[in-house]
Design a protein around this ligand. Structure first.
Ligand code: G4P
Length: 531
C-alpha cells in the first residue's frame, strides 16, 4: 500500500468506547449505529442483548452457563467514508477490570445517559478512567421519548458529578409523550419527532428551520415559546464551544435523543465524527509514537483465556498504534525479547470472529497467544525498539480470602493463582512480608471470583474456599518514604502488599479513607497503580 493510501485509512479511523450504566441504552444505540454502517448488513444480528451477547462470545463455559459475556467486544462499521471501531464495555455482573482496560485502547468515549436517571454509578466509575486519560467524551442523553429530568438539571448534574464542562449541541423540546424533537443549535433547525401511524418504535425525523412559521403549528404554541426562551438562554448564557477543550476531555458535547426510536442517532454520529480525531499518538519510553508511522506497533490491553476449552488457548487483544497489520506477519515482542508470528488474528465482529487479513493504526485485533503475552506488552516491526507506557492496575472493589482445600496441592494452587493474576484476571495481595499462605484476592467485578474458582479447578485441578472480606476500597500508597506501620489508621483499615511489593491500604468504607488522609498529612493515596 502506498503511503498516502495508508495515511488516508488511518485518518478516517475512529476508535471509541461506549460507556454507560446498565439499561441506559448502550446496546440499543450501538445497534442503531450499526444500522447506518455498511459492515454489518443485517441489524437483526445485534438485535436484543441476548443475541448480541451470544454472538460475540460463547467461548467460556461459564459464559454459556450464565448467558452473559465476560469479554468486551469490538464492533467495526463504516459510515460516510469513516471506519469506526466501537469498544463495548461490559456492565452488570460481568463488570470487571477488563472493562477498565478496554478504555485504554480507545481514543474517545461515548457516554450514554438515561434522561430519566441522570448520572449513575457505573457511568461514574468508567468516566473516572476516561478522565484520567483526558480522552474526549461525547454524551448522548437517551430515552427522551420517556419522562426525563429537566435538561438544564441533567447538564448541571454531569458537570457537578463528573467534573467536566458540557456543551449542548442540540436541545430537546419536551419529553415523554410530549417529546417534540431536538433543536440543532448550529444549523438553527428543529428535527421533529413524529410518530409513524401504526409503528410504535419507528419515528420520522422532520427537519424544520426554527424561523419557519410552520414550526409553531407543528410543535404547539407553548413548546414553541419554551424553545424561543431556551434558545435565547443557551445562546446568551452558555460558554462558547471550544473544540480544543473537547479534545482534552475538559468539555463534553451533549446530544439528546432516543435510541429506541432511532431518533437523533444519526445527527449524534455526525457530530461525533465532526468533533472527534483520528487515532491518537501513544506514549512510549522513547516519546510519542505517531499513528501515521508506517512501522507496525501495538500494545496488548486484554488477555482472554480459554476461548476454546479443548485447546486451552488464549487470545491477546491489541490496539494497533502505528502501521499496518497483515495476517501471519512477523513481529518483535519487546517483553519476551523474541520474534514471533502473529497467527489466527481475529476481529470481533458481531456475527463471527472472522480472520483479519489487514488492519491499521487505530484498529483492535485479537491474536492467538501461546502464553507469552502479558497486559501492557509492546510488539513492533521497526528497527527502533521501544515500550509503550504500561496499563494501570485498577482498584478492586471486592475482596476475599482464599484457601486451597487440599494442602497437598499447594504448588498447583500457587502456580494457578499467580498465572491467573499475571494475566490480569484477579489481583493478589498478601500480608506485609507474608508468603502465599494467606492470600487476599481483589476483583473489580464479583464474577471474577467465579471465573477464578472455575479456572483453578479446570486448569490446575485445585478446589478453593472463598471467604468474603468486608473491604470495599483499596488505595496504593504513592509515598515511597513512609513506614506504613507508623501511620495513624482506623482500626478496621488493613495494610497489605501486591505482587510487585507495593504497599496498599484496604478500607471498609470511605470514612476510613478520610481518617487516613486527615490524620496523616502528606500521605498520598491513589486509585490506580501505574505499572
Ligand atoms: P444497555 O445496553 O445500556 O444495558 O441498555 P439497552 O440498550 O439494552 O436498553 C435497556 C432498555 O431500555 C431496553 O428495554 C431498551 O429497549 C430500552 N431503551 C433503550 N433506548 C431507549 C429509548 O430511547 N427509549 C425508550 N423508551 N427505551 C429505550 P428492555 O425492555 O429492558 O429490553 P428489550 O426487551 O426492549 O430489549
Amino acid at each position: 500500500m502506498n503511503m498516502s493510501a495508508f495515511t488516508d485509512k488511518v485518518s478516517k479511523r475512529r476508535t471509541f468506547a461506549i460507556i454507560s450504566h446498565p439499561d441506559a441504552g448502550k446496546t440499543t444505540l450501538t445497534e442503531k449505529f450499526l444500522l447506518y454502517g455498511g459492515a454489518i448488513q443485517e441489524a437483526g444480528m445485534v438485535k436484543g442483548k441476548q443475541n448480541m451477547r451470544h454472538a460475540v462470545s460463547d467461548w467460556m463455559e461459564i459464559e454459556k452457563q450464565r448467558g452473559i459475556s465476560v469479554t468486551s467486544s469490538v464492533l467495526q462499521f463504516n459510515y460516510d467514508g469513516y471506519c469506526i471501531n466501537i469498544l463495548d464495555t461490559p456492565g452488570h455482573q460481568d463488570f470487571s477490570e477488563d472493562t477498565y482496560r478496554t478504555l485504554m485502547a480507545a481514543d474517545s468515549a461515548v457516554m450514554v445517559i438515561d434522561g430519566s436517571k441522570g448520572v449513575e454509578d457505573q457511568t461514574r466509575k468508567l468516566f473516572k478512567v476516561c478522565a484520567m486519560r483526558h480522552i474526549p467524551i461525547f454524551t448522548f442523553i437517551n430515552k427522551m421519548d420517556r419522562e426525563a429530568k429537566d435538561p438544564y438539571e441533567l447538564l448541571e448534574e454531569i458537570e457537578q458529578e463528573l467534573g467536566v464542562e458540557t456543551y449542548p449541541i442540540n436541545w430537546p423540546i419536551g419529553c415523554g409523550k410530549e417529546f417534540k424533537g431536538v433543536y440543532e443549535r448550529e444549523k438553527r433547525e428543529v428535527i421533529r419527532f413524529e410518530s409513524i401511524a401504526g409503528g410504535r418504535k419507528e419515528v420520522k425525523e422532520v427537519v424544520t428551520s426554527v424561523d419557519d412559521p410552520e414550526l409553531k403549528e407543528a410543535i404547539g404554541e407553548d413548546y414553541f415559546q419554551i424553545l424561543q426562551d431556551d434558545v435565547e438562554l443557551l445562546d446568551g448564557a452558555g460558554a462558547d464551544f471550544d473544540l480544543d477543550k473537547v479534545h482534552h476531555g475538559q468539555l463534553s458535547p451533549v446530544c439528546f435523543g432516543s435510541a429506541l426510536t432511532n431518533f437523533g442517532v444519526e445527527p449524534f454520529l455526525e457530530h461525533f465524527l465532526n468533533f472527534s480525531e483520528a487515532p491518537a499518538p501513544r506514549k512510549s519510553d522513547i516519546g510519542e509514537i505517531d499513528p501515521m508511522s508506517e512501522e507496525f506497533s501495538a500494545f496488548v490491553f486484554k488477555i482472554q483465556a480459554n476461548m476454546n476449552s479443548r485447546h486451552r488457548d488464549r487470545m491477546a487483544f491489541m490496539r494497533i498504534t502505528s502501521g499496518t497489520f497483515t495476517k501471519g506477519m512477523e513481529v518483535y515482542h519487546m517483553q519476551g525479547k523474541k520474534k514471533i508470528k502473529l497467527n489466527q488474528s481475529k476481529s470481533l465482529m458481531a456475527d463471527e470472529r472472522e480472520e483479519i487479513q489487514e488492519a491499521y493504526s487505530g484498529d483492535i485485533i485479537g491474536v492467538f497467544d501461546p502464553g507469552i503475552f502479558s497486559i501492557g506488552d509492546t510488539i513492533l516491526t521497526g528497527k527502533k525498539k521501544f515500550q509503550f507506557e504500561g496499563i494501570p492496575t485498577f482498584a478492586p472493589e471486592h475482596f476475599a480470602r482464599i484457601r486451597n482445600t487440599d494442602t497437598m496441592k499447594r504448588k498447583q494452587f500457587v502456580k494457578g493463582i499467580t498465572q491467573i493474576a499475571q494475566e490480569g484476571a484477579i489481583q493478589i495481595f498478601t500480608e506485609l512480608g507474608g508468603g502465599m499462605e494467606e492470600i487476599i484476592i481483589g476483583v473489580v467485578g464479583v464474577l471474577q471470583f467465579e471465573v477464578l474458582a472455575y479456572r483453578l479447578k479446570n486448569e490446575y485441578n485445585v478446589e478453593i474456599v472463598n471467604t468474603p472480606l468486608p473491604y470495599q476500597f483499596i488505595r496504593w500508597i504513592d509515598n515511597t518514604d513512609i513506614d506504613v506501620k507508623t501511620l495513624n489508621l482506623s482500626s478496621d483499615t488493613k495494610y497489605v502488599q501486591d505482587l510487585k511489593g507495593k504497599t496498599l491500604l484496604l478500607f471498609s468504607n470511605t470514612w476510613g479513607i478520610n481518617w487516613a488522609t486527615d490524620r496523616n498529612p502528606g500521605l498520598e493515596l491513589s486509585e490506580f497503580s501505574q505499572n
